[in-house]
Design a protein around this ligand. Structure first.
Ligand SMILES: [Zn+2]
Ligand SMILES: [Zn+2]
Length: 346
């Protein structure tokens, strides 16, 4: 089968690989129907890399597919099922899994060989930039009715966003600011809009992305390089936003300034090198709540129901679909910020 393999030093090589086989009783063989290119894929392919990955693996961790073959102990799955994939399925047996943190699974982190990194499929083992992939059944969630496969490919980032939104407790009428309108910022916007956030202000320098944010439900979009974001947030909310979602990376301090007294800031943007100088008095005197959010946990079943409902404008987020042979074209579009989410259809 054709596969895109990480060969180090920024190289992703299209090559032939033997089709994987069901080996373990828990294995499920999937035919990949859609796989998103993630910002993390770009980080892996940076020189020097901004995210670790195992040499020689097939990349692609945001994928959906159809079950082709199942092992002897593969739960409720059978050939023909359309499934979404949790690419870091906890083992269910280690202390972290049993304490409710499957994304911190000790077995999975040991499998990555990188402290603190779960052994994500498509980063530390063969993933979805290929026609077929093996996933343990406990990383799969069935779609009960057909969902367009390019939209089902958003399941993993959507799971991350849902998990974090769940921590915020946003109620209808809560004012929210989202910093950044990349694919993640747009998914936050769509989910928060559905949760009733209003006003829902999105700050983003790119005009292309601001337009996407509007289509995802932003009540106002702001170009923070040309407009006074803080003044606009005050004008729209009175005394600052109830919730500020940082979906860029280094903007925690900006997010803190935009929050109201006793407001909540979610740091989701992931820049491992960022070390912002944090004004302590803002946390203390404004009684801010600052939360972190990382990968999706226990949210894939809800993601499946959301995908089936068609309730979110996910077709706004998927801007490009292309065959595996064009994966480099997709990567280039993302590097030049000419696409939001590129979905490869192997
Ligand atoms: Zn991703
Ligand atoms: Zn575990």
């Amino acid at each position: 089968m054709k596969a895109a393999v990480f060969e180090g030093n920024g190289k992703l090589v299209l090559t032939d690989r033997p089709q994987p086989k069901v080996m373990k009783p828990t294995d499920v063989l999937l035919r990949v129907q859609g796989v998103g290119i993630c910002g993390t894929d770009l980080h892996i392919l940076q020189v020097p890399p901004a995210h670790p990955a195992r040499l020689g693996i097939i990349q692609g961790h945001e994928f959906t597919g159809e079950v082709v073959e199942v092992g002897s102990a593969a739960g409720e799955f059978s050939p023909g099922d359309q499934v979404i994939v949790d690419p870091h399925p906890g083992c269910g047996q280690c202390a972290q899994c049993r304490n409710g943190f499957p994304d911190q699974c000790i077995t999975l982190i040991a499998a990555s060989g990188e402290p603190g990194h779960p052994g994500t499929i498509g980063i530390f083992s063969d993933g979805g930039f290929a026609t077929h992939v093996i996933v343990p059944f406990y990383g799969l969630y069935k779609l009960r009715k057909h969902v367009p496969t390019h939209l089902a490919a958003l399941a993993e980032p959507l799971a991350c966003v849902l998990h974090s939104v769940g921590k915020l407790g946003v109620k209808p009428g809560d004012s929210v600011v989202v910093l950044g309108a990349g694919p993640i910022g747009c998914l936050f916007t769509a989910v928060l809009r559905a949760a009733g956030a209003s006003p829902l202000i999105v700050a983003e320098p790119s005009a292309y992305r601001r337009e996407k944010a509007k289509q995802c439900g932003a009540t106002r979009v702001v170009d923070p390089t040309k407009e006074d974001l803080a003044a606009i947030v005050r004008e729209e909310t009175g005394d600052g936003a109830d919730v500020v979602v940082e979906a860029v990376g280094p903007l925690l301090v900006t997010a803190m300034h935009l929050a109201r007294f006793a407001g909540t800031v979610l740091q989701f943007g992931h820049d491992e090198l960022a070390e912002p100088k944090v004004p302590m008095k803002d946390i203390i005197k404004k009684e801010l709540t600052i939360r972190g959010g990382f990968i999706g946990r226990y949210s894939f079943s809800r993601v499946a129901r959301i995908l089936e409902s068609g309730a979110l404008p996910l077709d706004v987020v998927v801007t490009h679909r292309m065959p595996l042979a064009d994966v480099h074209k997709g990567l280039d579009l993302l590097r030049k910020q000419l696409a939001l989410k590129v979905v490869i259809e192997p």
